[in-house]
Write a protein that binds this ligand. Structure first.
Ligand code: SIN
Length: 250
């Protein structure tokens, strides 16, 4: 079963696929139901598909270029993200991934027991809030991103979550959306979070996907973070992305 294999392995890459938007949707819904995708205008006629696109001349902030787990600010963050590449740069434009199971498992027993009782505060405010990276519409950007004041809402999730399919525990924090730790001062939580962010992205917990047209990936948002590498100015990159509904982390 693909969901179980994905949950164990964090991400998959299938090369040389020949999909159009309808077959990409069919593939995604054979795995799960669509999740909710706020703040970004989807492909016309396909309300659950985003076009992740960057034109050669664009210079504004690059979508996804901070370590994150998709929409961890939601009550039920997405389980899985299928992604299909249409056009990619000749060089650059990779996506990097962490393994949040390994990030948790490699901590000392003392640190694990501290983290097990703690809850992270997640919010989309730094990305989509009025003062956030994508808080104001950018007429020059090819992705229509429209942040608003609803982005300042907060959700609290365990810092260490158990995967519903594997039972394995993973570190559920990310630099883009985890803005604090419940019950701690800013000074306390920012120090601990900084350690956890840096710990998670150590090179031995990461890999990179080198895209080609026709590459289909899917990743498990409960056990990985990802990062769009901003190194291809002057080239065009276009992909379809769907996020599938998840559960409240426990
Ligand atoms: C994202 O979906 O977060 C962006 C990742 C990418 O474009 O590589």
């Amino acid at each position: 079963m693909i969901e179980a294999a994905l949950a164990e392995n964090v991400g998959f890459v299938f090369r040389n696929q020949d999909l159009d938007i309808d077959s990409f949707e069919r593939f995604a819904t054979s795995i799960g139901d669509f999740g909710e995708t706020p703040f970004i205008t989807p492909v016309e006629g396909h309300p659950n598909v985003l076009r992740v696109i960057r034109e050669p001349e664009e210079t504004g902030p690059l979508f996804g270029s901070g370590w994150h787990s998709d929409r961890s600010f939601q009550l039920r963050p997405p389980s899985t993200t299928p992604r299909y590449a249409l056009q990619v740069p000749d060089a650059g434009g990779d996506t990097a991934f962490t393994n949040q199971y390994l990030a948790f498992e490699s901590l000392s027993e003392s640190m694990k027991s501290i983290l097990n009782g703690l809850k992270g505060i997640h919010s989309a405010k730094r990305s989509y809030g009025p003062q956030g990276t994508f808080g104001r519409p950018d007429p020059k950007a090819s992705m229509e991103i429209h942040g608003d004041e609803t982005a300042v809402a907060r959700q609290v999730h365990p810092l260490v979550r158990s995967h519903p399919l594997t039972g394995r525990r993973s570190l559920f924090v990310n630099e883009v959306y985890t803005v604090g730790i419940e019950g701690m001062t800013n000074a306390e939580s920012s120090t601990l979070l900084k350690f956890l962010f840096e710990h998670s992205r150590q090179i031995h917990f990461t890999c990179r996907v080198r895209w080609a047209p026709g590459t289909l990936t899917m990743w498990d948002n409960r056990s990985t973070q990802h990062f769009a590498i901003n190194d291809y100015h002057g080239s065009r990159r276009e992909m379809y992305r769907i996020t599938l509904a998840g559960e409240q982390p426990i």
